[in-house]
Write a protein that binds this ligand. Structure first.
Ligand code: SAM
Length: 298
């Protein structure tokens, strides 16, 4: 089903309609589907976790290129249509559920590796990258939550190929000067690259904005030395919490710490206190979080 009329036929055959509330804009552009699959560089050894298969257009292509596809769809109404479009693909496991409520490790691993996943957690310097790939044309409203869920999971994917709203894709891949909480949160775990742009007309129904495909290669080790990951994110959130405020003020408000403690930590990290959060590079956030951790532990 890679044309609007095929999608309409399928929807009517199964008595369905595209549900806006679930972000259902189905890809109908063969070339765009091919570009997404190409970006994933799939081989028969690959396991793919697909979020939101919809009517299965992308799933079919993933199943042709990968060894195993686990496709998680929230909308129960789409399941019969998916069983129909994916009937010929014995390497697809269809899961009805909310990706945000499911553990990626449980979805993709066998018993042996599931046990391994249980003993890890968020230990600094011990990122486990177990090689599965995530491919998703994500519903807009779960973008940040899904990224956090996947990147903070005990068993992380090695790479994510995500179709996102263009503006969000650009925000993810931004450089210091234009960073955001979302960008720092993603870039702490992996390297995002904008692969290609997808015109709004490539979807049915046509959304209001263009999209882009982003590839995020997950790092085997953190790119900056952070002593306490949870505390690091508390500091980053505080830094971005006060829009357009200078970093020393944002941290004072967000962390409820004395001005002198913050000034000393900024000095130790070599950061000018009048800078703004969006200008700090990842290694500067790490140095700042570590300095604040030392200062508050004394
Ligand atoms: N992959 C299909 C395609 O490219 O044509 C459909 C993509 S559509 C933008 C997003 C899909 O995600 C929909 O099928 C929607 O029902 C599903 N979805 C929405 N929220 C979800 C969630 N929390 N967990 C799993 N799937 C979800």
């Amino acid at each position: 089903m890679s044309s609007a009329s095929e999608v309409r036929d399928l929807l009517s055959r199964f008595n369905l309609r595209a549900r806006k509330s679930l972000g259902q804009n189905f890809l109908i552009d063969t070339a765009a589907l091919d570009r997404i699959v190409a970006a994933a560089e799939l081989t028969p050894d690959d396991t793919v976790l697909e979020i939101g298969p919809g009517l299965g257009a992308l799933t079919q292509r993933l199943a042709q290129a990968a060894g195993r596809v686990i496709a998680v769809e929230l909308d129960q109404n789409l399941i019969p249509a998916l069983r129909y479009t994916l009937a010929a693909y014995s390497n697809v496991e269809l899961v009805h559920g909310d990706i945000l409520q499911l553990d990626p490790a449980t979805l993709v691993t066998n018993n042996q590796t599931r046990q391994l996943a249980g003993d890890s957690g968020r230990q600094v310097g011990q990122y486990r990258v177990d090689g599965y790939k995530v491919v998703a044309n994500l519903p807009y409203y779960i973008t940040s939550a899904a990224l956090r869920h996947l990147l903070e999971a005990a068993v992380r994917p090695s790479v994510l190929i995500l179709t996102l709203q263009l503006e969000v894709a650009q925000r993810l891949a931004a450089k210091p000067g234009n960073l955001s909480l979302l960008a720092v949160s993603v870039q702490f775990y992996g390297k995002p690259l904008l692969v290609t742009r997808i015109h709004a007309g490539s979807f049915y129904p046509v959304p209001q904005v263009d999209s882009a495909v982003v590839r995020i290669d997950v790092y085997p080790h953190p790119p900056a030395e952070v002593r306490d990951v949870d505390q690091f994110f508390v500091v980053v959130k505080a830094g971005f919490g006060q829009k357009r405020k200078q970093i020393h003020n944002a941290l004072k408000v967000g962390l409820a710490l004395p001005a002198e403690t913050i000034a000393a930590a900024l000095r130790q990290a070599g950061i000018d206190p009048t800078r703004r959060a969006e200008t700090l590079a990842l290694n500067e956030w790490a140095a700042l979080a570590n300095a604040l951790r030392d200062a508050t532990k004394k």
